[in-house]
Every structure is written in C-alpha cells, then in structure tokens.
Design a protein around this ligand. Structure first.
Ligand SMILES: [Zn+2]
Length: 494
C-alpha cells in the first residue's frame, strides 16, 4: 500500500521522462497598437471600432513601429536575463485565416529582439532552472465569433478586428521542464514577473496572457528526444496542469503499445478532460518567412538598453529575499507578501508608517486578505486604507485595544472607513488592562464558577476557558486576555 495518491501521469514518469517547453503570448499594455495609432484597449470597444486601414490590412498602407512596445519587450527580455542583440528586424509570417486580413502576420523570425535568457523558481523544495530561448515581438490577430442557429442548421461567423495589431510578445522557453507541476509554476512566475514590470495584465481568461505547450516523452535510458506534440487551448493554470498530465498519460500509453507518436497539434478540451487532435503540425518553411519590406530594421544602441535596464523595479525573488533579511520574515511569508508588486508596496508602506514588521505581515496575510477577497477590494482602495490600518494596528500594538476588538473594528471600517482612534474613545472600546481591576474580575469569575475552578486545579486545562469567558463578558470583550490568562493561573495555583 502506498500512501500518496499517484496519478497515472506520475506513474508514467517512472518509465518515461517528459520534456516540456512552453510558448507564452503576452499582450503588451501599450496605449496604441503595434503598427498604427488605434487604441490597444480592445475588450470593451464595440466590434470593429478600434480599426483603421493599417490594422484592417488594406492595400497600400504603411505600418509604423510602436516605440513603447519595443521598450516593453526589451524590459521583459532584461528581466529574464536575455541578451539583446544590436540588430533586429521584423519578418512576414504568411498564412491565411479570416482573422488575419493581410494574409500575413508581422513577426520576427531569425533576428529576434532577444535571446538566451533564464528564469529560476522553486518547486517542492528544489530550484527549477528554465532557459528562455527568445523573447520577440509580433502583432495579434483579430477574433472570430461564431453564432449558430440549430434549427436552420446555418452558422454565421463574425470577425472583429479590434484585437488586430495589438502588440504581442512571444516568450519561448527551452524544453527544460519535466513535469506538469514545473510547467504550471513556470507560468505562475512568468506572469508574476510580467505584471511586476508593468508590461502585461496577466489575464488568462481574456487571453491577454496565453500559453501553448510542446511535450514529448522519452524512455529513461534514451538520449535523443521523442516526437513532440503541441498542446493548445489552455486558459487557466489548472488547465495547463491537467492537459499536460493527460498528455503524459496518453503518450505513455501509445509508447507502451509499441506505436509511435504523431507530430501534431492537439487541443485541450476541458469538458472531456483530454486533448484531441486538431491538425498535423506545421513547419517553419510552411510560412515562407521573409523580411518585412515596409519596416526598417532596428539598431538598439546600448545606451537605450541600459536606460531600460536601469528602469526595472526590484524583481519578486530579490524582493522576497530582502524581506527575509530586512524584516525578519520567514521565506513563505516573504513570498506571499511579494506575490504582486502592489501587495509588496502595501506591506512596506505599513512598516514605514511604524507598524511592527511581523504584526503587519500577520494581519495582511490573515484578516486583511480575507476582507479584500470578500469585498473584491484591495486595502489600498478600501475605506480604511493603508494609513487607517496602521492607526488601528498602532492601537493594538500599544495595548490600547485587544485583538478581538481590533478584528471587529477592521471588519467594520474596511469598506466604510473611519478613524479607529476616535471610535475607540467614543464607544469606550479601550482595553481593560489594569491589573487591580482585572484581579477583582478574576476573583468574581472563580467565585461564580466553583466547579470549573476545582476542575482546573485538578488538572483539567480546558476548564480555564469558562473562567476566561466570564471575565471577557464582564468587560464587554475588552479585557487584555493574555493578562487575564496569567492572573487566573496565578490565582488558581495558590
Ligand atoms: Zn489601426
């Protein structure tokens, strides 16, 4: 009997090694599109509103390179420790699809904006290192919408070009990942990084951050790679994990039966929990790439690259390490508190306002996180705000209110706001921590609960709870409970 639940994919990985490489497409947060002046904010626009002759692909128009998109791509490449070649150019990738009116996509083929980067992240105690082959820049396509009338068995298709020409960065990872868990964590970290440096909004559902996976299996003894399959249509981290596990299982079964893996593209079907074959895989030569004749090649001088490098913020792994060193947090807390740039900024602002480092960490990760989730409202935008929370925690830290009162006030003020100090004065919520006053209440509690007192003296620890509650209620919940606990124990041990 084994104690760990073993999935078929994990069992397959005892016989075969999975080789996984991910390609991520991330839309850049530029104001305008890649080669024209149309707005890149396409999701809320009416269909085909954000279009012009350039992004509609009309004949005779000339594209112009978006400087901000180049800068964001360089920014990403540097954050991923890539080399930035001095020379780069755009190429035409030729294929036909109704959402691509030009009949070609402007992309980059043999001279990408960057190469040879890396990303490192922890998975279950080990550090996974994954190479980044390249980060290049291209344009997004339009979108298709299909409307079917079942009775008339006629299907209408609509095309919306609002997304056509939105700057799209492609981040190609080396096939250095070995499990579905590696792949999911790679995506989590990459998305976090892109959001930290402000180039992408990380929305998998809306498709502004999307991922394809290449996966092959080889026997544990083999040196050469197996035939790879490309998996598409995964729009959540969970889908990526499930799709890869299912694909490992499928490929292992094919290989076990003595058959061969077909090189093909497969789509993940969430409802069926498996991948299905879509088409045989294209090769680069199918696209007839050639240099884009309407755009000049680019030379990125080192001054420009160094200026972009200098503008990079402190990145999540470095910031988490600093939180451990500077604030004495453990690695887990530091990683949670740096998971978004806003969270990390909020934490540091609280500490700057005088809240003790550990206290700030506990409250942000506990009650504040729960309220933020419940109200779909971050602390920064809440009624209480960062300054309000620092005042509330100041009252707690100076023992003017107790923990339960602080929690109640946090819940009450989180959305509507208010001055915690004024409310404490107005309602008389101040903590009762006067020893003489509490000693009298402790004596009264013992007198009123003789059975509990005897039980505690007889060694029944939980009998103390009843006595604690008595004192708590007598003070309207305002007693300094750790002090009450100590006083009760002292009295009862005499
Ligand atoms: Zn346009």
């Amino acid at each position: 009997m084994t104690q760990t639940a073993e999935t078929p994919a994990i069992a397959a990985l005892e016989r075969y090694e999975a080789v996984i490489g991910l390609e991520v497409h991330a839309q850049l947060l530029t104001v305008s599109k890649m080669f024209c002046g149309c707005s890149a904010a396409y999701t809320d626009a009416a269909p085909n509103d954000n279009t012009c002759p350039v992004c509609l692909g009309l004949p005779g128009v000339l594209p112009v390179i978006n400087r901000q998109a180049i800068e964001y791509t360089v920014r990403t490449a540097l954050a991923l420790e890539c080399e930035i070649p001095e020379f780069t150019k755009f190429d035409r990738k030729n294929y036909f699809y109704p959402d691509l009116p030009k009949g070609y996509q402007i992309s980059q083929y043999d001279t990408p904006l960057s190469r040879n980067g890396r990303i490192e992240f922890p998975v279950g105690g080990e550090t996974v290192r994954c190479g980044i082959t390249r980060v290049h820049l291209e344009e997004d396509t339009g979108t298709m919408h299909h409307a079917g009338d079942v009775l008339q068995s006629a299907t209408q298709s609509f095309v919306d070009f609002n997304r056509s020409g939105v700057p799209l960065m492609e981040i190609v990872g080396e096939p250095d990942l070995r499990t579905a868990e590696h792949a999911r964590e790679y995506l989590v970290r990459l998305r976090q990084l892109l959001m930290y440096i402000g180039v992408n909004d990380g929305n998998l559902e809306k498709g502004s951050f999307r991922c394809d996976a290449n996966i092959s299996l080889r026997s544990r003894e083999a040196a050469e790679l197996g035939t790879k399959v490309e998996v598409k249509n995964m729009n959540s981290f969970r889908a990526v994990h499930r799709a890869l596990e299912s694909e490992i299982e499928r490929q292992a079964a094919v290989l076990d039966s003595g058959a061969v893996i077909q090189q093909e593209t497969r789509g993940w079907v969430e409802t069926r929990g498996r991948t299905v074959s879509q088409r045989s895989k294209e090769y680069a030569h199918d696209y007839r790439y050639f240099p884009e004749p309407d755009l000049p090649p680019l030379r990125l001088d080192s001054a420009f690259v160094e200026r972009v490098r200098a503008s990079l913020p402190e990145l999540p792994p470095a910031r988490a390490r600093r939180f451990v060193d500077q604030y004495g947090l453990n690695a887990y807390d530091a990683s949670v508190l740096t998971s978004t740039r806003e969270d990390a900024d909020t934490y540091e602002e609280l500490v700057r306002l005088g809240v003790a480092a550990k206290l700030a960490a506990n409250w942000l990760m506990g009650d504040v996180a729960a309220l933020a989730n419940e109200h779909r409202l971050g602390l920064r935008d809440s009624g209480l705000g960062i300054a309000g929370l620092s005042r509330l925690l100041g009252l707690l830290d100076s023992a003017r209110i107790n923990g339960p009162t602080a929690k109640e006030l946090l819940t009450e003020l989180y959305v509507r706001g208010g001055d915690p100090e004024a409310i404490v004065l107005e309602r008389g919520l101040g903590q009762v921590s006067d020893e003489t006053e509490l000693e009298a209440l402790v004596d009264a509690a013992i007198a009123a609960n003789p059975v509990a007192a005897t039980d505690f003296r007889g060694g029944k620890q939980q009998a103390l709870g009843q006595l604690m509650r008595h004192v708590k209620e007598a003070t309207g919940g305002r007693a300094d409970m750790p002090l009450v606990n100590r006083l009760l124990r002292e009295r009862l041990s005499r």
